[in-house]
Design a binder for this molecule. Structure first.
Ligand code: HEM
Length: 199
């Protein structure tokens, strides 16, 4: 892939973080900085997860094979924003107290859902290297299908906390449902043509 495409994508993915960090340092996050941090990092995690899943359909529609090389970067950035989101939560909501974290997880279902999404993303980030891909072979693909339940849990996490405005959560649910539907459809077509070739 042309190097500038990767460098530009990297810089674009980092830009929201740079802006959030700048705003935090210069007290520009508004009247509730903790909430602003949680909302902005959570939204970027979800957007990048959606972009990561959009790579394969984009390749199929446009034939632009090299776009596939951006997939890992987008996934890792989604995880990065989810980690910043989690760190902000530990800082502002629990004060890094394990008992307080346990209480939040036990008493607030939307926190449990977000945490579960983050836990599912963790092994994907750890095994994202080429070496792990080679070592795990077929299991790597199976493991990386966890991205779908992770995305679903993240949407439910958003839906659960949306009090009156359900629009955003439903928008993301629809996006992920379309992306998953596209893959299921492709899988069905492939297995049908495979069965025809063997009959
Ligand atoms: C350790 C896991 C997580 C915890 C503890 C957590 C906690 C929270 C909390 C407390 C809020 C509410 C912020 C507020 O309105 O004051 C929030 C919002 C949000 N979180 Fe998470 N979250 C977690 C994981 C995730 C993940 C993995 C994603 C996405 C991939 C995500 C996406 C969002 C989004 C989009 C919002 C709301 C933004 C809005 O109100 O528009 N969260 N999260």
């Amino acid at each position: 892939m042309q190097r500038w495409v990767k460098v530009t994508a990297f810089a674009l993915c980092l830009l929201p973080f740079a802006w959030i960090a700048y705003a935090a340092v210069y007290d520009q996050l508004g009247p509730d900085p903790a909430e602003a941090l949680m909302v902005s990092t959570g939204e970027w995690a979800l957007r990048l997860l959606a972009l990561c899943l959009l790579v394969s359909p984009l390749r199929a529609w446009t034939g632009w094979a090299t776009v596939m090389r951006l997939r890992r970067m987008l996934g890792l950035f989604a995880f990065f924003y989810a980690c910043v989101h989690f760190v902000a939560f530990l800082q502002f909501y629990t004060g890094w107290d394990a008992a307080a974290l346990g209480e939040e997880l036990a008493e607030r279902p939307y926190i449990t859902l977000g945490f579960a999404a983050w836990v599912l993303l963790l092994p994907l980030a750890v095994t994202s290297t080429r070496r792990m891909q080679r070592r795990l072979r077929g299991n790597w693909l199976r493991l990386h299908r966890l991205i779908y339940p992770a995305a679903l849990l993240a949407c439910l996490h958003l839906l659960w906390q949306a009090r009156s405005d359900l629009g955003e959560a439903l928008f993301y649910l629809a996006v992920f449902a379309l992306l998953l539907g596209w893959r299921l459809q492709r899988y069905r077509i492939r297995s049908r043509s495979g069965a025809a070739a063997h009959s």
